[in-house]
Design a protein. Structure first.
Length: 173
């Protein structure tokens, strides 16, 4: 089971692993499980620290010491995991659905790696679960589907629930 996805520059996985391990230690996790994947630029992490706490910590670190985070390009919380199958992915989104309130807007974001599952078909199926307004530019929530071959991670996150090094550095200037 993984609960964080960390992206980095290609061939910088070792440096990124050291950096995310240090961040997790500072957040109170001495023994995080970090896996290099067969996809370049991607690490899977399993931590016992609340993922939102990690995201907030890293964003704060960027404000205070912009140079302290160099390799973790994005840190993405994964709430549920399943096989890459539209029905199973829908079931996971159904479990997370109550996060989104009646008047909230949302956007569906799908990131695919090593899969030819139809993004269009998946968007239609998942959008069918919601009666909320869609907002592509400023949604209240992002329904995130991260596909890695035959495994898929799903999350429903506030728009600031994902750490992006580039975005955080821009915002702290």
């Amino acid at each position: 089971m993984l609960n964080l996805l960390v992206t980095c520059g290609k061939n910088l996985e070792s440096e990124t692993e050291t950096e995310i391990r240090k961040i997790l230690n500072q957040c109170g996790n001495d023994e995080p499980e970090i896996y290099k994947t067969d996809m370049r630029g991607i690490l899977f992490v399993n931590t016992n620290v609340e993922t939102s706490k990690i995201i907030d910590y890293v964003k704060g670190k960027i404000k205070d010491e912009p140079w302290s985070v160099r390799y973790c390009l994005r840190i993405i919380p994964i709430q549920l995991e399943c096989d890459t199958d539209i029905e199973k992915i829908k079931q996971n989104i159904q479990k997370l659905k109550k996060t989104i309130q009646k008047n909230d807007s949302y956007r569906i974001t799908i990131e695919k790696r090593n899969s030819d599952i139809s993004s269009q078909e998946m968007i239609i199926e998942i959008a069918g679960l919601f009666s909320n307004k869609v907002s592509l530019n400023v949604p209240d929530w992002i329904i995130l589907i991260e596909i890695f071959g035959n495994k898929t991670g799903t999350s429903i996150l506030k728009t600031d629930g994902i750490f992006s090094l580039e975005k955080s550095k821009r915002e702290s200037e």
